[in-house]
Design a protein around this ligand. Structure first.
Ligand SMILES: O=C(O)C(=O)C[C@]1(C(=O)O)C=C[C@@H](O)C=C1
Length: 125
C-alpha cells in the first residue's frame, strides 16, 4: 500500500504534511479563484444596477428583493448541505458592500459627477 506521506514536504521541525491535504489544497485554491472571479462579475453587475438606481431616483436597498434572495439562497443551501444561516450571513456581507457602493454612486450622481459627464473645465487653474 502506498505511503500517504510519501511525497509530502516535511515542514521544519514538524510532522510531514499528508499528501491528501496537499491535493485538497489544490481544490481549495481552484474554488477560491472561482469565487474571486464570480464576485468580480457580481460586483460588475451590481455597479451597473447602482448607476441605474441613481439615475432613476431609486433607493440603494430593495428589502423585497432581499427577502426573495435570502429565502432562495437558504433553500439552495439546505439542498446543498450548506448551513442556511451561513449562506444568509455571507449574502448579507456581500450585499452590505453593494449597498455602500450604491450609496456612493447615488451621492456622486447627486453631486453631478455621473451620467458620463466630464468634470467641468476649470480654465483658471
Ligand atoms: O437587485 C438590486 O436591486 C440590487 O441593488 C442588488 C442587490 C444585490 O446585491 O443582490 C443589492 C441591494 C438590494 O437590496 C438588493 C439586491
Amino acid at each position: 500500500m502506498a505511503d500517504p506521506f510519501d511525497e509530502s514536504p516535511v515542514p521544519a521541525g514538524g510532522r510531514p504534511m499528508p499528501a491528501e491535504i496537499l491535493e485538497l489544497r489544490g481544490t481549495i485554491d481552484n474554488i477560491d479563484a472561482a469565487l474571486v472571479h464570480l464576485l468580480a462579475e457580481r460586483f460588475r453587475a451590481t455597479h451597473r444596477v447602482g448607476e441605474l438606481k441613481a439615475t432613476n431616483g431609486m433607493p440603494p436597498a430593495d428589502p423585497q428583493r432581499d427577502r426573495q434572495q435570502i429565502d432562495r439562497l437558504k433553500s439552495l443551501a439546505s439542498g446543498a448541505g450548506l448551513d442556511p444561516e451561513f449562506a444568509e450571513q455571507f449574502r448579507n456581507f456581500i450585499v452590505s458592500e453593494v449597498i455602500r457602493h450604491h450609496e456612493r454612486i447615488a451621492a456622486e450622481h447627486a453631486a453631478g459627477r455621473r451620467l458620463g459627464d466630464a468634470p467641468p473645465l476649470d480654465t483658471y487653474s
